[in-house]
Design a protein around this ligand. Structure first.
Ligand code: DWN
Length: 415
């Protein structure tokens, strides 16, 4: 466990190389889910450096500094079940895994970073044995209350041994939007090897770095995401533990993600041709060149310049602008572009925990979405762009009153 609240990354977490090339800094800012109460507005907030580098040995993109996971994850506000998109996504993920690997009632599925138990609830609905592991006290309590047994802890060797002793080995271990949050990936792989059956599957889903740079999703760079995965560095990691990627599925969530299926090299599973195709696509994208990263950094600075000048112009015209979705990524955008309540009057958000609070660093008030039923600001800056379809469907009435959305990803537009 990290003793200090922040530590500088000196070597690559996958290959140990010290050849780390820094290519983009978003400045110093508070942690992206560090929402504050009204009475805390005049209190000092902790600011941490937010910058990325790439390892020039295994080509893992990673943050230059790590903020203690105790600060970020013990009390957590990311709850996927608040979005129809994510509930549908997890339902179809569970159904696909059960069908593809013929899971049955004697199989155990363990979800690492199980959050509020949404994914596991769909396995449990098919009479499959489930167990969640999550460090956040608030989410583990919710999950247990829902009847999804959840261990309140960080997954690793110790927890894996405890589960194997008490529950036996797992047929499937899932990890969605969590591997990127973990510094000690060796501990995770060792834990998976302890827990997984010989013919078991480790199924990992994460935002894909190729989507991040191709769609300029720079606001997905934040303190919770320590790594930004492409396949090459992950292959390097897994081969250290006799694991290999046997299949890959591209999924649209969170701006474009990969779902990879990993098994022990001694299992009956052999890598599908899709693995080779994806690796070839990555080498064509020249992820092993500094120029690729410098180009991305240049585009990010251009997006900030264009967005800030658009908002300035609209404000000079006397227009009113609010935000939609108090997302972690939204807080990165707001802090990077230095947008506070003088530009963004307020933000609406569906998560009760966030309503009534203020955004970290920029101190913009957060209200329930219903505020847009009685108020018609000229523009809404869509901060949760990964839910654009769901949100624009929800806000037909606002748009019928001539309200317009400003969307920044994959390119700046008004619709
Ligand atoms: O990795 C992570 C990603 C997967 O999710 C976590 N570390 C943190 C989290 O990032 P985020 O906060 O950017 O997540 P969301 O779920 O993309 O944030 C969406 C925000 O938008 C939420 O606060 C809920 C809100 N929302 C809303 O107000 N109305 C969402 C929908 C769908 C809506 O209709």
């Amino acid at each position: 466990m990290m003793k200090k609240t922040i530590q500088k990354v000196k070597v690559c977490r996958i290959c140990g190389s010290s050849k780390l090339y820094p290519f983009l800094s978003l400045g110093k800012m508070p942690i992206p889910n560090g929402f504050i109460q009204k009475e805390e507005l005049n209190m000092a907030e902790r600011y941490y450096p937010l910058a990325v580098c790439v390892c020039e040995n295994c080509w893992l993109v990673q943050l230059t500094h790590i903020v203690s996971p105790e600060i970020m994850f013990r009390n957590y506000v990311y709850i996927p079940s608040t979005s129809v998109t994510m509930v549908d996504h997890f339902r179809s993920m569970a159904n696909a895994i059960v069908d593809k690997y013929k899971l049955n009632g004697s199989d155990l599925v363990v979800d690492v970073g199980s959050n509020d138990g949404t994914l596991l609830s769909f396995f449990k609905g098919k009479e499959i044995k489930v167990l969640g592991v999550d460090p956040s006290e608030n989410l583990s309590a919710i999950s247990n209350l829902k009847g999804i047994e959840t261990m309140n802890n960080f997954f690793g060797i110790e927890v894996a041994e405890k589960i194997r002793k008490e529950k036996g080995k797992a047929k499937v271990v899932t990890a969605t939007n969590v591997l990127a949050h973990i510094h000690d990936l060796d501990d995770i792989c060792k834990g998976v090897n302890i827990l997984l059956e010989n013919e078991g599957l480790f199924i990992v889903e994460f935002p894909y770095f190729l989507d991040l740079i191709d769609k300029n999703e720079f606001d997905s760079i934040y303190h919770e995401h320590l790594s930004y995965f492409s396949l090459k560095p992950l292959c390097y990691l897994f081969q250290k533990y006799n694991l290999h990627i046997i299949d890959i599925k591209k999924v649209p969530v969170h701006g474009g993600s990969l779902r990879i299926f990993v098994s022990n090299v001694k299992s009956r599973y052999k890598p599908s041709l899709r693995v080779k195709d994806f690796l070839e696509r990555e080498s064509l994208r020249k992820l092993n060149r500094r120029s690729t990263y410098n180009e991305f950094a240049r585009r990010v600075k251009a997006i900030r310049r264009d967005l800030v000048s658009l908002l300035k112009r609209l404000k000079l015209q006397g227009k009113r602008i609010v935000g939609y979705g108090a997302a972690a990524k939204g807080n990165v955008l707001l802090n990077y572009c230095k947008l506070d309540s003088h530009t963004i009057e307020y933000i609406v958000d569906s998560i009760p925990y966030k309503q009534g609070k203020f955004t970290p660093g920029t101190h913009i008030p957060i209200y329930p979405e219903t505020r847009l039923e009685n108020d018609t600001p000229d523009y809404v800056l869509l901060l949760a762009w990964n839910f654009a379809d769901e949100i624009l469907r929800k806000q037909v009435k606002y748009r019928e009153r001539d309200g317009e959305f400003i969307i920044t990803i994959p390119y700046l537009r008004i619709e």
